[in-house]
Structure formats: C-alpha cells, structure tokens
Design a protein around this ligand. Structure first.
Ligand SMILES: CC(C)(COP(=O)(O)OP(=O)(O)OC[C@H]1O[C@@H](n2cnc3c(N)ncnc32)[C@H](O)[C@@H]1OP(=O)(O)O)[C@@H](O)C(=O)NCCC(=O)NCCS
Length: 146
C-alpha cells in the first residue's frame, strides 16, 4: 500500500485502496509480486525489506491480466518495472499461462515498459477512463503471448 499510495497520480484515480487489494488477494486466482529497489522479489510475509514496486495480476485458465503495476517514484527508471514484468512472465509460465493482457490509459508513459516487452495493442475503448476533473481518456488494451 505504501508503493500504491506513492506511485499513482490522484488525477487519474487509478490507485486501489487497502480493501480493494485485500478483497482481490483473497481470490485464489489473484497474485501479487513485490520487489525491492534492486528488483529482487520480496517473499510473501516478509516485513523487513523495503518494497519499491509491485504487480498485481489475475488469471483465468491460461490467460492472465495485469491489473496494476507500480514503482515508487524514487526508484523509477532504474529497471525495477522491467524486473517486475520479467518475474511476472516467469511465474505466469509456471501457472501454465500462455497470454498476458493489460489495459492502459492513452498517454501513460508505462507504454515504454510494455512495448519493451513486446506487448501489442489489440483494442481501444474510447473515453473509458474518467479523470478527477471529469475529463475522459481512452483505454488501450495490449496483449503478449508468453
Ligand atoms: C510504469 C512504471 C511501473 C515503470 O517503472 P520503472 O521502474 O520506471 O520502469 P523501468 O525503469 O524498468 O523502465 C522500463 C523502460 O521504460 C522506459 N520508461 C519508464 N518510464 C518512463 C517514462 N516515464 N518516460 C519515458 N520512458 C520511460 C525506461 O526508460 C525503460 O526503457 P529502457 O529499458 O529502454 O531504458 C512506473 O513509471 C510507475 O509506477 N508509474 C505509475 C503507475 C502506473 O501508471 N502504472 C501503470 C498503470 S497500472
């Protein structure tokens, strides 16, 4: 939650609250990966290591959806996001996942990270997101076979 609160710009209303995260993680098909500033995975239940980023996903059969990815602002542009996606691909493969989906608001610089991993745009939802100021932004859906 510390990374969540630091990472998301409130203008976009993308951050989840503690309850939403807890409810999601109570589902057997929802997964969180947390890493430190070196991009090393912090094992579940470890309370001493300082988290720098996380990715939250949900799978159905052999497809997985990336719900949220975030890196704390002070740790950005140093490969932590790259490490998160690389770890995700590894663990997703062990779950038998063959395709990963994600959705992004148009203009999010996160596209640099997704493109680096070969995610391809497969669809658009016009005016899908609503910002805090009422402005609407398109959603773009990406997919990547792993
Ligand atoms: C998107 C995010 C997770 C990237 O994390 P990060 O640790 O900075 O990512 P990396 O350092 O691994 O960068 C990966 C690549 O993307 C590029 N990149 C990342 N953020 C960038 C930005 N804001 N502008 C330009 N390029 C960027 C990096 O230069 C790097 O490219 P390279 O490997 O060719 O040098 C982070 O910016 C973030 O938490 N954003 C806010 C939350 C968010 O919007 N999440 C996505 C929607 S859920």
């Amino acid at each position: 939650m510390a990374v969540m609160e630091a990472a998301f710009d409130p203008a976009y209303g993308e951050a989840w609250n503690r309850r939403q995260v807890a409810d999601a993680l109570a589902m057997p098909n929802t997964h969180a990966l947390v890493v430190d500033a070196e991009g090393e995975v912090i094992p579940d239940g470890t309370v001493t290591a300082a988290p720098a980023g996380f990715v939250l996903t949900r799978h159905v059969l052999d497809e997985e959806e990336l719900l949220l990815i975030a890196v704390t602002p002070g740790a950005r542009l140093r490969g932590v996001g790259t490490a998160l996606i690389a770890h995700l691909f590894d663990v997703a493969r062990t779950r038998g996942i063959t395709r990963i989906f994600l959705e992004m608001r148009r203009g999010n610089p996160a596209i640099q990270l997704y493109s680096k991993f070969g995610f391809e745009p497969i669809g658009e939802r016009r005016n899908y997101y609503r910002m805090a100021n009422g402005e609407r932004i398109d959603a773009i859906t990406f997919a990547r076979t792993i």
